[in-house]
Write a protein that binds this ligand. Sequence first.
Ligand code: FES
Length: 110
Amino acid sequence: MTRVRFLRPDGALDREVEAAAGTNLLDLAQANGQPLEGSCEGAMACSTCHVIVASDDFNSLPSASEEEDDLLDLAAHVTRTSRLACQLTLSADMDTLTVRMPGSAYHLDR
Ligand code: FES
């Protein structure tokens, strides 16, 4: 099992969950009430599923593909540690992965 901490845009902890290795981060986020859109099934069709990865965790992730980097260039509120959640698969060596929701993920009524 891998623990994932989901942070709100202001950095406050929203929730911490456990998931099996092999779980897709976007699926886990959506199943746990995180305000991320996207359902490309891995085909990279949007930039609305991006999250900001904690810098300590970012370097231990597999590198983004050129196609992922290109899509991130289209997204708002991207930082140097942003990744598309749909492209991240949890592995045991990620424990504990911490990701923050970008400001654009929250609607004005939240
Ligand atoms: S769901 Fe956004 S690129 Fe895959």
